[in-house]
Design a protein around this ligand. Structure first.
Ligand SMILES: [Zn+2]
Length: 132
């Protein structure tokens, strides 16, 4: 089989870690995710957070292609174009979100943005935190 036929396409449900699957992270318009350096570290940190918090965490946005990023009003040089995640507790509980933020900081995510209903986490190498 030619190599290109072994590429992951469609909406894969393969597990990356115990609680996260590739399709949690794909761009909704093209079903793509880039396996960039830092992807697996990022997801393993999310997994650590999920295990320690012990409540369901929803990924509301992962990889975005340029077209989709523009459509959702993302910054032109958004980290989502490489890889980033927006996450929230499944039930939207603000106390859980606060606890996820504190854990994201202690786990060592580079970019950590705290918004009213979600957190943005990305691959930037230096620690940068903001309140959205
Ligand atoms: Zn897309």
């Amino acid at each position: 089989m030619p190599a290109q036929e072994t590429a992951i396409t469609g909406t894969p449900n393969y597990y990356v870690t115990e609680h996260f699957i590739y399709s949690d992270f794909i761009c909704p318009c093209c079903d793509m995710v880039k396996l960039v350096p830092g992807f697996y570290r990022h997801v393993s940190l999310l997994e650590q957070m999920r295990r320690e918090q012990d409540f369901p965490i929803i990924v509301t946005s992962g990889y975005r292609c340029k077209k989709y990023n523009a459509r959702v009003g993302g910054a032109p040089r958004s980290w989502h174009l490489l890889f980033a995640t927006d996450i929230k507790p499944e039930d939207g509980d603000p106390d859980k979100l606060k606890s996820m933020y504190e854990m994201a900081v202690s786990l060592g995510f580079g970019g950590t943005g705290r918004y009213d209903i979600h957190l943005h986490l990305d691959l930037r190498p230096k620690v940068f935190r903001w309140r959205g």
